[in-house]
Design a protein around this ligand. Structure first.
Ligand code: HEM
Ligand SMILES: *[C@@H]1O[C@H](CO)[C@@H](O)[C@H](O)[C@H]1NC(C)=O
Ligand SMILES: *[C@@H]1O[C@H](CO)[C@@H](O)[C@H](O)[C@H]1NC(C)=O
Ligand SMILES: *[C@@H]1O[C@H](CO)[C@@H](O)[C@H](O)[C@H]1NC(C)=O
Ligand SMILES: *[C@@H]1O[C@H](CO)[C@@H](O)[C@H](O)[C@H]1NC(C)=O
Ligand SMILES: *[C@@H]1O[C@H](CO)[C@@H](O)[C@H](O)[C@H]1NC(C)=O
Ligand SMILES: *[C@@H]1O[C@H](CO)[C@@H](O)[C@H](O)[C@H]1NC(C)=O
Ligand SMILES: *[C@@H]1O[C@H](CO)[C@@H](O)[C@H](O)[C@H]1NC(C)=O
Ligand SMILES: *[C@@H]1O[C@H](CO)[C@@H](O)[C@H](O)[C@H]1NC(C)=O
Length: 459
């Protein structure tokens, strides 16, 4: 397990130059990164809470989702060839689960969890990287910055995941191909072999006699990897296993005369910071043709599922949510029902008016949590004058009615919102969209030239 010590990651001091702003193709990933449970959550953090959570909502004792996701991400990336720039974290693992180098159900289980969360804009490999980062953080491990933009492979890549029976020289060569030198190999293996363990059902050549009714997979956990390794009390079955051929951790950890492991045993802070760095590099090892975006940081204020529709009486209605985020004590102590939250918009000519505003409301169904501080969602239900329209908005809010007002304008220009083409969800098909679907859209240009009656266009 990761140490209980809190690791202070020094990222807030250096925000990326091209900071993520709304709207972006990565909005759904920012949602998944920021909202852990409750309203608007992707369910990713729930799947690894508590840290020991096993697949099937806890119905698979001896297995641990966090460990399986981390191992899956490594095996996906481990076929990278740094000379050609091919492979890396690209989701190819989904085509490689039957390979001898990918022993166990961890890969199928992980792929089955993340694959349904994919969308046209959100790749499987981004979701896997995001999941690993959240899972490690949720297990009190190091913070790793999340950079989006991975592109999924459409077929299997070459094999090349290290296996425990291979020689030290082979392991060094495999890590060099992946872009990690021999010292980094020691550290990255130690970081990985901190959660989870070795399972007899998967590696009977390394473990015998561990299967019991309470431990149906025969897991033996890795535990406090560096301290126990150095003081001679390790239970890592890849160090002290009965089968010397498969004791790969023993050979790897001793390969620099124990210097790296000794350093980790002496300083848990050093261990965590090296792991944060190396796991970040592992997750950001992508095909050379892929360019990752800047790290996503939770937005302080963010619109969620905003939608503009013509209602039954022909009026324009803006619905959706505003998420407000904070790390301060005031944020944590606040009663969201008392928070004044106002949305003020500009019309399609960029003009403001006292009537262009609405009060957002809170309800207990909007409760949600984040690993990055406290968050609150508020409901928006605003009537927009169809002849004036809307082109952007800002949010004025405070933690309570007496508190200082924060004016959130999305970094300056307001939150852009277009009313030119409106997706009429209520008049359109429901369920899966296929070649027979009818999608209704309203193009507001018609609205301006021909009275105030919207024309439904069949696309
Ligand atoms: C020479 C390199 C490596 C070898 C030979 C190796 C081998 C193994 C083996 C045999 C297991 C037991 C799997 C099971 O029984 O379920 C295991 C587990 C694991 N490995 Fe590695 N590994 C290597 C490097 C890494 C790296 C670099 C990472 C990640 C940074 C990693 C992450 C994990 C995790 C998290 C588990 C626990 C899985 C679970 O409990 O379900 N491994 N590894
Ligand atoms: C990586 O690519 C280089 C260049 O094509 C090739 O020579 C090398 O054999 C590859 N390495 C592995 C392990 O496949
Ligand atoms: C993983 O899933 C594939 C496809 O459903 C299946 O063929 C394969 O046997 C599964 N492998 C394991 C190890 O469960
Ligand atoms: C690996 O790289 C690190 C960082 O550049 C360096 O400190 C270390 O000496 C290198 N190890 C080897 C074996 O080259
Ligand atoms: C030890 O591991 C090797 C490599 O997997 C395997 O061939 C051998 O059968 C194992 N030995 C025993 C006693 O299980
Ligand atoms: C070795 O280190 C572990 C973890 O810190 C500790 O629990 C254990 O008591 C130590 N054992 C010995 C023999 O010092
Ligand atoms: C490294 O540490 C291991 C485990 O404590 C020990 O068995 C081994 O002799 C050490 N090797 C060296 C080169 O110090
Ligand atoms: C439709 O929107 C208009 C204003 O845009 C509003 O006055 C009217 O009450 C709304 N009708 C319904 C059924 O919500
Ligand atoms: C679309 O409609 C055609 C003609 O009715 C039908 O043959 C086809 O199966 C439909 N496709 C789907 C995906 O429902």
């Amino acid at each position: 397990m990761w140490s209980r010590k809190t690791f202070l990651f020094l990222v807030s001091a250096s925000w990326p130059a091209r900071a993520y702003t709304w709207p972006s193709p990565f909005d759904a990933l920012e949602d998944a990164y920021t909202v852990s449970s409750g309203f608007g959550s992707s369910g990713i953090v729930d799947e690894v809470t508590p840290c020991s959570q096993s697949p099937g909502s806890g119905s698979a004792p001896g297995r641990q989702n966090t460990a399986e996701w981390l191992r899956t991400a490594y095996h996906d990336m481990a076929t990278y060839n740094s000379t050609t720039g091919l492979g890396g974290l690209d989701g190819s693992i989904g085509f490689e689960t039957n390979r001898p180098e990918n022993v166990g159900s961890a890969f199928n289980t992980t792929v089955s969890f993340f694959a349904p969360l994919q969308t046209a804009q959100t790749s499987f490999s981004d979701l896997l990287a995001l999941g690993v980062i959240l899972a490690i953080k949720n297990c009190a491990g190091p913070s790793v910055a999340f950079r989006p933009g991975r592109i999924d492979a459409t077929e299997a890549g070459p094999p090349g995941v290290p296996q425990p029976q291979e020689s030290l020289q082979t392991h060094i060569a495999e890590f060099a191909r992946q872009g990690f030198n021999a010292t980094e190999m020691i550290a990255l293996v130690a970081c990985g072999h901190t959660v989870g363990g070795v399972h007899e059902v998967d590696f009977p050549q390394s473990i015998q006699g561990a299967i019991t009714p309470d431990n149906p997979d025969g897991v033996v956990h890795f535990d406090n990897i560096a301290t126990q390794y150095i003081n001679g009390s390790t239970v890592d079955q890849l160090v002290v296993g009965f089968n010397h051929t498969t004791n790969s951790d023993a050979a790897i950890f001793a390969s620099d005369g124990n210097q790296t492991m000794l350093g980790f045993a002496q300083s848990n802070d050093d261990f965590l910071s090296r792991c944060g760095d190396l796991l970040g590099r592992m997750l950001n090892t992508v095909p050379a043709s892929v360019e990752l975006g800047d790290a996503i940081e939770p937005l302080p204020v963010k619109p969620y599922q905003l939608s503009l529709v013509f209602n039954a009486t022909g009026g324009l209605q803006l619905t959706g949510n505003i998420r407000i985020f904070g790390t301060s004590a005031a944020a944590a102590a606040t009663n969201p029902a008392d928070m004044p939250v106002q949305l003020l918009w500009t019309d399609r000519h960029g003009e403001t008016s006292p009537s262009y505003s609405t009060t957002a409301t809170w309800g207990s169904f909007l409760e949600a949590t984040s690993l990055f501080g406290s968050i609150q969602f508020f409901d928006i239900n605003a009537f927009i004058d169809p002849s004036a329209g809307i082109s952007s908005f800002v949010v004025d809010w405070a933690y309570d009615a007496d508190g200082p007002l924060t004016k959130s304008d999305n970094g300056g220009g307001g939150f852009p919102f277009q009313d030119v083409v409106i997706f009429q969800r209520v008049n359109s098909c429901h369920g899966a969209v296929n070649e027979n679907s009818t999608i209704n859209a309203v193009v507001c240009i018609c609205l301006r030239i021909s009275s105030h009656t919207p024309e439904l266009l069949r696309l």
